[in-house]
Ligand binder design. Structure first.
Ligand SMILES: Cc1cc2nc3c(=O)[nH]c(=O)nc-3n(C[C@H](O)[C@H](O)[C@H](O)COP(=O)(O)OP(=O)(O)OC[C@H]3O[C@@H](n4cnc5c(N)ncnc54)[C@H](O)[C@@H]3O)c2cc1C
Length: 437
């Protein structure tokens, strides 16, 4: 970055930390600590991440940065992940592991998959529902993918596009589906079949790695208004700072609310962006080895959570000796509201129903937290809305990055790479200005 250009970064999650690491800009973060969604909380010997987090990125640049430059030691692990549906536990992913389900369900899934294998496949799909039926067939669609997706995204699948799917949903070959219907499958599928988890501290070890690099971070600085004409930011404590280039990793609808004189069509684009939210319930149990699994999906509505995970199996650091831990993630939005006052009880009751807990198990710790910005929803207007917002903000010397900055389904490695990308973009802009001066 050109020394004369003052770069300010809003938000100290992984994208903001990476942007500062690659550019030397200063971060202003509203929370007392950096890390954003990648923070971990230590509660009486238990460690809980903000929603279940595993690191499955394979990008060599990111791995070298984390392991060598930032000194993070990971343990490589093989996933043990299950699905509980139709009263039975089957392995994840569903499409290649129907063995064990009722015979009529297995046959529905096989028949539907065989049918789509014999049809020519379209290249483009109007919506996610069409993609699910065309990819997996009626059986897998109706027994798993549609209920799971609508519970998780909280909206009908026809309201979603398919431009976020790429590596996220594994598409099997017919022989894999047949093998997984006839017997217990040992082969694993999908991008997170093997994953890394920090040996210590939970996933919060990642932001702490960045913090060893003397980045300029100002915690407890919540931006409350931005004057794009005079290029100043005001914080909730009354402090102000000026900038020449602003990198924003905070949720883009919130960023737009901080600006004055925003044209109505830009406001409309920001207000049109949708996401789900994830309400998390964490539980510590006075019991050793509750299970060997890492996590389990629950596609059916009679369970409030879409996933439960067992942090003590990610790292022994995550639970005291002889104890176990559970993190339950409950998706919600205005389209699928939840009653916060009842959610902890309903999670515990559902865990007993699924035979994960027994009535006699002693609960050592229980609590909750809310992830209001969960997963950005790829609906039919998202792409145009983001394009319009990005173009408008760039004209005001504001560059957007990160999962909520760009409203993208970014994983941790994507957020780190996006921080690097935006640092390079800011550098380029600064060089162009220097050249023009
Ligand atoms: C439930 C859940 C599970 C996930 N699991 C995985 C996983 O297993 N593997 C994986 O790779 N990824 C996972 N992710 C994604 C991963 O957490 C994100 O990609 C990554 O942490 C996003 O980083 P970010 O910097 O873009 O955003 P954030 O971490 O949200 O950072 C934004 C920062 O901006 C700050 N901020 C907001 N408003 C203001 C303001 N007005 N002024 C100043 N600061 C402000 C916030 O406090 C926050 O620190 C998961 C995400 C969720 C929600």
């Amino acid at each position: 970055m050109n020394d004369k250009t003052k770069l300010v970064i809003l938000g100290g999650g992984l994208a903001g930390l990476s942007a500062a690491y690659h550019s030397g800009g200063s971060i202003y973060e509203k929370e007392p600590a950096a890390g954003g969604l990648c923070r971990s909380e230590r509660i009486d010997g238990y460690t809980f991440d903000r929603g279940s987090h595993i690191f499955h990125g394979r990008d060599p640049y990111v791995l070298n940065l984390l392991e060598n430059a930032l000194g993070i030691t990971f343990k490589m692990q093989s996933r043990s992940c299950w699905i509980y549906s139709h009263g039975v536990y089957t392995k994840y992913p569903f499409q290649v592991n129907t063995y064990g389900l009722a015979e009529n369900v297995v046959q529905d899934c096989l028949r539907g998959f065989r049918e789509v294998c014999h049809k020519p496949r379209k290249k483009e799909f109007d919506n996610y529902r069409d993609w699910i039926y065309a990819t997996f067939g009626k059986g897998i669609a109706e027994h798993f993918y549609i209920p799971h997706s609508e519970k998780f995204w909280t909206i009908p699948v026809e309201e979603m596009t398919t431009d976020w799917l790429d590596v996220r949903v594994p598409i099997p070959k017919l022989e894999d589906v047949v093998r997984g219907a006839e017997s217990y499958q040992t082969r694993e599928f999908g991008p997170n079949a093997q994953f890394r988890y920090p040996r210590e501290e939970g996933m919060g070890r990642l932001p702490r790695g960045f913090l060893t690099k003397d980045l300029q971070i100002r915690p407890e600085k919540e931006a409350v208004s931005i004057d794009t004409h005079n290029k100043t930011i005001e914080f909730s404590d009354g402090e102000k700072t000026d900038y020449e280039i602003l990198v924003s990793t905070i949720p883009v609808p919130e960023l737009i609310r901080l600006l004055k004189d925003v044209p109505p069509e830009i406001k409309k684009s920001a207000e049109g962006l949708r996401c789900n939210s994830i309400f998390c319930v964490y539980i510590g149990i006075e019991k050793e080895n509750l299970t060997d699994n890492h996590w389990v999906y629950f596609p059916e509505d009679e369970f409030p959570f879409f996933r439960i995970s067992f942090p003590m199996n990610l790292s022994p650091y995550c639970a005291p000796k002889n104890r176990s831990s559970i993190l339950a993630e409950v998706p919600y939005s205005k389209y699928r509201p939840i009653d916060r006052s009842k959610i902890i009880d309903s999670v515990i009751e559902a865990l007993i129903r699924a035979e994960i807990l027994q009535k006699t198990d002693k609960i050592d710790k229980v609590g909750s937290y809310d992830i209001v910005y969960g997963y950005p929803i790829y609906d039919h207007s998202r792409k145009d809305n983001v394009f319009r917002l990005e173009r408008y903000l760039k004209e005001k010397s504001i560059l957007i990055a990160g999962r909520y900055g760009r409203w993208e389904y970014q994983w941790m490695h994507d957020a780190i790479l996006d921080g690097k990308r935006v640092a390079e973009e800011a550098d380029k802009l600064s060089s162009e200005w220097a050249y023009g001066r």
